[in-house]
Design a protein around this ligand. Structure first.
Ligand code: SF4
Length: 96
């Protein structure tokens, strides 16, 4: 049986900590974050039968404009959680 990669384990731990202890951000901030991501060169937009799906290419996390549980834009950024843009968090730079 193949063992999960370190990267996958790190992502899972990071998401789990956000789900358990992360503080949620207001809907307006989620929407502003999604607007920032939509302009980011690291976003991946997948078309599915249900519509558009946005993923961050750096961490692989889902980005949604709503309060879905598994949504990178839903929680306050923490040391290991949030926008991982190589030049620093784009959200933090724009104050969201
Ligand atoms: S790097 Fe940051 S701004 Fe870019 S898609 Fe990922 S989360 Fe969004």
């Amino acid at each position: 049986m193949k063992r999960p990669s370190r990267n996958l384990i790190r992502k899972t731990v990071s998401l789990a900590s956000a789900l358990v202890a992360g503080r949620r951000v207001a809907n307006e901030r989620i929407c502003r974050r999604i607007e920032i991501c939509a302009r980011c060169p690291y976003v991946r937009i997948k078309r599915t039968r249900k519509g558009r799906k946005m993923l961050c290419r750096i961490c692989g996390c889902r980005l949604r404009g709503n309060r879905s549980l598994i949504n990178l834009a839903r929680y306050e950024e923490a040391k290991r959680y949030g926008c991982k843009h190589p030049r620093g968090s784009r959200w933090k730079k724009e104050g969201v």
